[in-house]
Write a protein that binds this ligand. Sequence first.
Ligand code: 4FV
Length: 395
Amino acid sequence: MKFTVISAFPEFFGPFFGTSVIGKATAKGLISHELLNPRDFSEAPHNQIDDYAYGGGGMVMMAEPLARAVEAAASNTSKVILMSPQGKRLEEALVEELAMEDHLLLLCGHYEGVDERFVESFVDLEVSIGDFVLTGGEIPAMALMDAVSRHISGVVGKKEAVEEDSFFRGMLDTPHYTRPAEWRGKKVPGVLLSGDHGAVSSWRRQESIRRTLERRPDLLENADIRPYLRKGVYVLFNVDPDEEDIAERVLPTLAEDAAAMGCKKAFLVSVKGEKAARDCVNRLKQRSPEAVWAGFLKAAGGIETASEWIKKREKAEPCVVPEGHFRNGLGTALRRVKREVLEKGKPVIFCFRCCRKQSPDSPKGDAEGKERELDLSLFGSLAVTLDRFFGCSRC
Ligand code: 4FV
């Protein structure tokens, strides 16, 4: 990873690139950097780089010196980033994205900001480290480079350390302790002295969950909660009896998808009753006994019997997310369920209705189109629901 920093105060960065983890990474050549001062690219008298703002109200960085500096340093694979409060919020997901680049060119603004015409012509992305105003973009640039460098392999000790990081999965971190075991009368939580790694990691997961729910419940929406789930995730497909063909055509793939996304079992229920559901499952299994989903798909008399089955195996009552959750505000349903599942360590079962009526606004007459559209909405609702629940977008 190469960083080019364009700043009127390049001396600011000496200690940053020469100290601690970033210093070692620089010495090991894992990251490289160059510092450019826009003054060196100013044709104006006294290497002027700022001027009065049109319309009044303080000084603005001039476009030309910045343009020349970027033209001198950028290649077609460079990503030109302006640090500014008007930018996209710097969060772990964006950090991971930027860590994939091989050249980040960071512009540090000063005064009121930089000439907007330069931004329009040269800047790929504006990034903000938070809704507050600093005297300059240098500290934001350092924050970005530090966070990105942690994702460059070899920069931080154990790669796992980064992946272990709570934010890597979108949750708050567990509390940390070191010697002495008793400090000013305060003891370290006993489990951490137990040597029982299983107990330690489940305590840490619980602490992450507790602190996230207390301090940052907003993080749950996008958090990848799979490492924090103590019980299984299940799906239930309610098939309309006189549309057996749907079951036969889409269920195997739906079940496969659900299994691939981390679900433990898929239940098939039919209003015609458990026998109809069992016959349907047996027909599907006879047709493809080797299929991955064969052992995954199970007939049930209804949501109650499915919940009973889960309760017996998981020794906990499952959270039930009823059919239609997709249409009645998935976000709220998921926030509630994620919170309950994490807080109480419950299993969860998502219910989906598999019948043509699912898509009332499908175009008239075009049967083929109707079929395709039905499949899409079934797969779509399954994928979106599970993706948002697991927070797979983060993984
Ligand atoms: C900033 C931020 C920030 C604004 C005016 C520098 C200052 C001056 N940059 N996140 N917050 N920049 O306050 O990135 O140009």
